[in-house]
Design a protein around this ligand. Structure first.
Ligand code: SF4
Length: 316
């Protein structure tokens, strides 16, 4: 799950630049309540349709990707570091230096991934100083992740070794989930299974320390998929990397039912390939102080789809 295209969806719905696969023409079994040529959706495509149906049309029907952004590249780097850290072999590290080694490895892994992304960073319309600022901020997010893990390991260290504590805290990562009933598929960053309880956690690099309605819907869709494929989850939450803080909410029947209702609504409104069936929903997300929707020119400046493709240098 480190491919840029997959990451584009997930990172954009964080309103910074949001993983999931794009909706495809149906390979999952169809649901009798959703007749016709339904598409397999993702949490991101559902959020996109909620935000603006026309944006959904451009991204998932016309398949017009937006350009790369620093938020997208940074998101890929940080998520990769946090995903891979649990695969590092710490077995030879003495228990009393486990935490310092963990910190060191995280920092080294970050620098390595950031360097690997240098070609993508160079393509961005940003000065080296601006890119360095994002590097430092992203490195801080990885440090915040370390402190989050540190805080969770400390109480465990009173009764077990660092290696045992680390093993206990190691979650499942990047789990592909799907809802055959609702034709939704996506990747979950983390599922923790402790004491017989399941908690679904998503990593966010966004500034706002708040489980917004959109995040709640995304978490509800994850809970719905988890319930259909495995068992009902107990909690869902977000680890806000910029703040190093995790916020959780309980999984309630209402949370899951709302996700189902929204998924059904989006399915029923995305059968058409006619742009007229995807109205523009103007909002501050069309244009803001430091940026604009990638399809702004198409909506407001008379640009045609072929012109957009030419400008983005796309080949179909
Ligand atoms: S510019 Fe506004 S109306 Fe157009 S696709 Fe983007 S969000 Fe929708």
């Amino acid at each position: 799950m480190t491919d840029l295209t997959q990451w584009m969806d997930k990172l954009e719905s964080e309103q910074e630049a949001e993983i999931d696969d794009t909706p495809n023409e149906v390979p999952m079994p169809t649901n009798n309540d959703l007749p016709g040529a339904c598409r397999v959706q993702s949490p991101s495509s559902i959020l996109t349709h909620r935000q603006c149906p026309r944006k959904y049309y451009y991204r998932y029907i016309e398949r017009l990707p937006g350009g790369k952004s620093i938020h997208l590249v940074r998101g890929v780097v940080v998520h990769k570091v946090l995903e891979d850290i649990y695969d590092v072999d710490f077995s030879q590290v003495p228990s009393d230096s486990f935490l310092s080694s963990l910190k060191y490895v995280l920092q080294e892994a970050f620098l390595k991934e950031w360097t690997k992304a240098s070609d993508q960073l160079a393509e961005l319309d940003m000065s080296p100083e601006q890119i360095d600022e994002y590097r430092d901020e992203s490195k801080l997010m990885v440090d915040n992740f370390y402190h989050h893990i540190y805080d969770r390991m400390l109480p465990l260290l009173e009764t077990m070794s660092a290696h045992e504590a680390w093993k206990q805290l190691t979650p499942e990562r990047e789990i592909q989930m799907q809802s055959p009933q609702n034709l939704v598929r996506g990747f979950i960053d983390v599922v923790e299974n402790f004491d017989g309880k399941a908690a679904i956690i998503d990593y966010k690099t966004s500034k706002k320390l708040q489980i917004t309605e959109d995040y709640k819907l995304q978490l509800g869709i994850y809970a719905m998929m988890h319930e259909e494929l495995r068992k009902p989850a107990d909690e869902v939450g977000i680890l806000f990397l910029k703040h190093g803080q995790e916020l959780r909410i309980p999984v309630t029947p209402e949370l899951v039912e709302n996700a189902r209702t929204v998924c059904t609504h989006v399915q029923l409104h995305t059968k058409s390939t006619n742009p007229g069936d995807y109205p523009m929903r103007t909002s501050p997300l069309c244009k803001w102080r430091s940026g604009q929707c990638e399809y702004y020119e198409l909506c407001f400046e008379g640009e045609s789809v072929p012109e957009y493709k030419g400008r983005m240098n796309l080949k179909r």
